[in-house]
Design a protein around this ligand. Structure first.
Ligand code: GDP
Length: 472
């Protein structure tokens, strides 16, 4: 109906135009770019994708291999509430003093870098938890290289531990386990490792490949060794970036400071940012007036994997927004303005999420190879039964991935994960909780609820057969 209004024709005309193209649509259905172009053409219009045009202007060139230099890993700490994420981040922040500098990190800017004795660096995102991690991903920002999963050794592997693991895995981010609170008399790290093994996560002591270390975030015991393991994991990733070009990266947080104006913490991911650069960040722009590191020290430039707070933007961009240095101020301003106009004018999202009904059509377009599912159920038995049956539905053409499964209601965090990973959510005898339904509606996430196992399997099977039918 939106397209109809734009072209001044009736919705029925659009629907029948789609039908004549072999596409069955409803009034509120969103059309993909290709269909949109064809339909508009039928009515003598040409579609111009303004967003795409803007983004092209800031597209980066490919780096030559010889320009790429090693960079520090960027780490997010996740885990169940109260298992010690904040304590670990605090310990690392306070204990770490870069050689020759007095005092630890006192500023909270959303991210900080630490240097180990041997000069190797690690950058921590200081917003712990998988919700923050996946919220960034849902905005299109992939910042984290390694996820440290904190598990209290005097507790069990809890639902949020499992969630954190699924969220990291859905983003293809390698895991390092920190088995915490080993100073407690009731701590039993082996029980945790056994629990992980039961989830097919074999840590090194158990003959597997996943790094893990027993720590106490309270006494600091084992933290140094944990960081060394993080660096080992990072080595395997061969993280590199080109420092010799205009900077780009991601916004970590931003706020308005009474005295100093807008302060934005950004993580430089490529290139080098300098004072005086013109920055475009989301719908804001400005000239970098000053830059500070996590110690509050003024700095003049910042290379890859460095978190810094900057002054000079004309507003507060959102966490997860990309930032780019632009050659000229006017262009930066223009794009920022265009972006906010677009945001205001249209609620049209650039990214649509998959729905069960749509699977058949998407596969016909040829780019749909994997169906991601988040499965929540009331009891473990039915969840496992459904996982089994769903996985058996995989074919040569379509891979069914259960990216997260769990017992309990459908949460906000499930919806975020679905949004970041383009998944559908299936609830078995459970419903959305709290804001989950509202967010799902906003993000257009398909939530299906069942109370009969057979119905759930059949629906999925039908959708997937719809997927395959064009081949027959
Ligand atoms: P978060 O919710 O995961 O960020 O957990 P916190 O870092 O806030 O820790 C929750 C509680 O556990 C706090 O009271 C901490 O003092 C305590 N705690 C965290 N790590 C340790 C540890 O290694 N040993 C002990 N004894 N207590 C810890």
């Amino acid at each position: 109906s939106e397209v109809a209004t734009m072209m001044g024709v009736s919705t029925t005309e659009i629907i029948s135009a789609c039908m004549s193209l072999g596409i069955m649509v409803t009034m509120n259905q969103r059309l993909d770019a290709e269909t949109l172009s064809i339909v508009a053409d039928e009515f003598g219009y040409e579609v111009e994708f303004v967003t795409a045009e803007i983004e092209e202007a800031i597209e980066e060139d490919q780096d030559a291999p010889e320009d790429l230099k090693p960079r520090a890993p960027i780490v997010t700490v996740m885990g169940h509430v109260d298992h010690g994420k904040t304590s670990l981040l605090d310990y690392v922040r306070e204990a770490n003093v870069i050689a020759g500098e007095s005092g630890g990190i006192t500023q909270h800017i959303g991210a900080y870098g630490v240097e180990l004795d041997d000069g190797q660096r690690i950058t921590f995102l200081d917003t712990p938890g998988h919700e923050a991690f996946t919220a960034m991903r849902a905005r299109g920002a992939q910042v984290t290289d390694i996820a440290v999963i904190v598990i209290a050794a005097d507790d069990d592997i809890m639902p949020q531990t499992k969630e954190a693991i699924s969220h990291a895995q859905a983003a293809a981010v390698p895991l390092v386990f920190a088995i915490n609170k080993i100073d407690r008399p009731t701590a039993n790290p082996d029980k945790i490792k056994e629990g992980l093994a039961n989830m097919n996560l074999l840590v090194e002591d158990w003959g597997g490949k996943i790094q893990s270390h027993d720590i106490s975030a309270k006494t600091g015991d084992g933290v140094k060794e944990l960081l060394e393991k993080v660096l080992l994991e990072a080595e395997l990733l061969e993280l590199k970036a080109n420092p010799n070009k205009n900077a780009s990266g991601t916004v970590v947080e931003a706020f308005l400071d009474k005295g100093r104006g807008y302060v934005s913490t950004i993580l430089v991911q490529a290139g080098t940012l300098r004072i005086g650069d013109y920055v475009l960040a989301g719908t804001h722009s400005g000239k970098v007036k000053a830059m500070y590191d996590e110690r509050g020290k003024e700095i003049k430039k910042a290379g890859p994997a460095t978190p810094i707070s900057i002054l000079g933007l004309d507003g507060a961009p959102q966490a997860g927004d990309k930032f780019n240095v632009m050659e000229d101020e006017r262009e930066a301003k223009q794009i920022a303005t265009k972006r906010s106009q677009l945001l205001r004018e249209q609620s049209v999202r650039t990214q649509r999420h998959i729905t069960l009904d749509e699977i058949g059509r998407r596969i016909a377009l040829g780019d749909f190879k994997e169906l991601n599912i988040i499965l929540k159920g009331d009891v473990d038995g039915s969840v496992e039964a459904l996982v089994d049956s769903f996985q058996k539905l995989s074919t040569d053409e379509i891979q069914v991935n259960i990216i997260h499964k769990g017992v309990g209601a459908i949460t906000e965090s499930d919806v975020l994960l679905a949004s970041a990973s383009d998944a559908i959510i299936i609830g078995f005898n459970v419903r959305p909780m709290g804001n989950a339904r509202e967010i799902a509606e906003k993000e257009e996430i398909d939530i299906r609820m069942y109370s009969i196992i057979y119905d759930a399997i059949n629906d999925l099977k039908d959708a997937m057969e719809g997927m395959l039918s064009p081949e027959i």
